[in-house]
Structures are given as C-alpha cells and as structure tokens.
Design a protein around this ligand. Structure first.
Ligand code: PAF
Length: 283
C-alpha cells in the first residue's frame, strides 16, 4: 500500500495505471474509518483492479459553527485498517494542497441540495460536490463508491456525474449498522453508551415507518406523524423527518413507488442522520 499526499503524484500514478488498461476504483472518505467504509472498499475491490481510498476532512463542507476542528481523526489507525483490507493507494492531501491560495470554484446541484440536510446546512453540498469532482480529476477513477447513509449526497453526486458527463460509474453501498440498529458513522464517537442506545431509536422509528407503509398506509403526512410520535419523549431533538420520492426528493401526494424516509436529529448536541428506502407498488 502506498500513501500519496501530493496531487501531481496522484495524477501521475493514476495516468500510468490507466495506460495499462486497469480499472481504478475510488472510495472517498474523511477518515476515522468504520465497518461502513470498509464495506464500500469491498465493493470497489470486487469491481476494480486498483483501489484508491482518499482521506481528507474537507473544510469547505462544514459550516462555521460545525465540527470541522473536532471531527475525529486517526490516520495511523486508518492506515492499519486499509493495509489489512488490501487497498493499493491512500490519497491523503493537505487542505493547502487541495485549496491553494486563490481557489474559488464551486459546483452546485441546487435543486437536490436545497432539500433535507441542505435546509440547515446550506453550503454543505457545494463543498461536497466540489471536492468530489476534484478527487475524480485527481484519482481518475472508473468507479467511485459512496454510502447510502448519506442518501442525499449520493443522489447529488450521481446527478453531477450525469450533468457534467463524467466518465465515472457511481456505485453505492448499503448502510452498515451496529447490533442495536444505529447506523455506523464516524460521529458516533461523540456519543456516550447511553446516547448510542438512544440514537438506535432512530432506526427503530424508520423501521416502524417502513412497516406502516408496507401495510398499506397511503398518506406521507400520516406516516411522517406516526414516525414522529414513535420518537416522542425519547430525548431526541428531531431536525427533520421527511417522506419523499427516493429518486427526486420531491414530495409525494401518495405513498407509492420508491419512497425515502429520512431523519436528521440531535442527541446531546450530536447531529445524526439515517434513512430507509421502501419499495411499494405503483398504485
Ligand atoms: O461522505 C463523506 O465522507 C464526504 O462527504 C466525502 C464524500 C468524502 C466528501 O468529502
């Protein structure tokens, strides 16, 4: 496994590999890896010759009052895990390398980015999309893998890839959960054991919502309210609970087709997101 920190070196390596006709897979991460990330690496390994994992805590996707400074980092531990996974390259640039003085370009996918998390994090997705496009231009992947826990993020990246004619196939990996149902996230580190148990109720509420929809509930608003009622009194501060078309994030007059149930909440100040997709009939 090779650690590359410089952009020109990464491009040089990627071009050389490309010339040999090898398929490059990229798994972009912000480090502090967990089983969710490792499952994305598994997907990349299955369909690529060379797997690149990027580790970069991207400052531009954090708001001024968000947790950029205290975001958990542990490069030594990450490198150990990645070596064990048989990753070929870890691309780990500095912020200075990615955003030299004078940097000013921003890519936006405005319609999708203004829903769900975009309401409380208005600049977040522009930061994500811009850094992901930079990573694509540096690593030259044929395939890139993203997690479905960040459901809105993967939709936005797929839209960017279509809109900008990017020659990168976007694959996604299912949410990996703790035994109690809590979706794996680097930010779970901020939660005490008690709050991790509390946080697991988000998934219980999503599963409850899925069951109601599968049992024939037709009203998105009723479903939303039932999920919120399920979470009442559980010391969870709900930021949003939305039931939307899973492909477009548009609201639904009736529950049918592919439906996304998405939640964002704070527990003891820690912001968590989770979702579940329900496939219903067409009527
Ligand atoms: O999902 C993440 O960890 C980040 O948003 C990503 C895609 C690595 C971009 O910084």
């Amino acid at each position: 496994m090779r650690l590359i920190k410089s952009i020109p070196q990464m491009i040089k390596y990627a071009k050389a590999v490309q010339k040999k006709g090898k398929v490059i897979g990229l798994v972009p991460t912000m480090g502090f890896l967990h089983a969710g990330h490792l499952s994305l690496i598994d997907i990349a390994k299955r369909s690529c010759d060379i797997v690149v994992v990027s580790i970069f805590v991207n400052p531009t996707q954090f708001g001024p009052k968000e947790d950029f400074k205290k975001y958990p980092r542990n490069l030594a531990r990450d490198l150990k895990l990645l070596r064990r996974m048989g990753v070929d390259i870890v691309f780990c640039p500095s912020a200075q390398e990615m955003y030299p003085k004078g940097f000013q370009t921003k890519i936006t996918v405005p319609k999708l980015a203004k829903k769900l998390c975009g309401i409380s994090r208005p600049h977040h997705f522009a930061g994500v999309v811009t850094v992901v496009l930079k990573l694509f231009n540096i690593v030259l992947p044929d395939i890139a893998v993203f997690g479905e826990k960040d459901y809105q993020q993967q939709l936005i990246i797929k839209q960017m890839a279509v809109d900008l004619n990017l020659d990168v196939k976007i694959l996604t990996g299912k949410i990996v959960r703790e035994r109690n149902g809590l979706a794996m996230s680097s930010r779970n580190k901020y939660l005490s054991n008690l709050n991790q148990e509390r946080a697991a109720r988000l998934y219980a509420a999503l599963s409850f919502g899925k069951k109601l929809a599968e049992q024939g509930e037709k009203s998105p608003e009723h479903l939303r309210r039932s999920i919120l009622a399920h979470l009442k009194g559980k010391q969870i501060n709900i930021e949003y609970c939305e039931v939307l078309n899973a492909d477009t994030l548009e609201s639904l007059p009736r529950l049918k087709g592919k439906v996304l149930i998405a939640l964002a909440a704070r527990i003891d100040g820690v912001r968590l997101i989770d979702n579940i997709v329900v496939s219903l009939g067409r009527t």
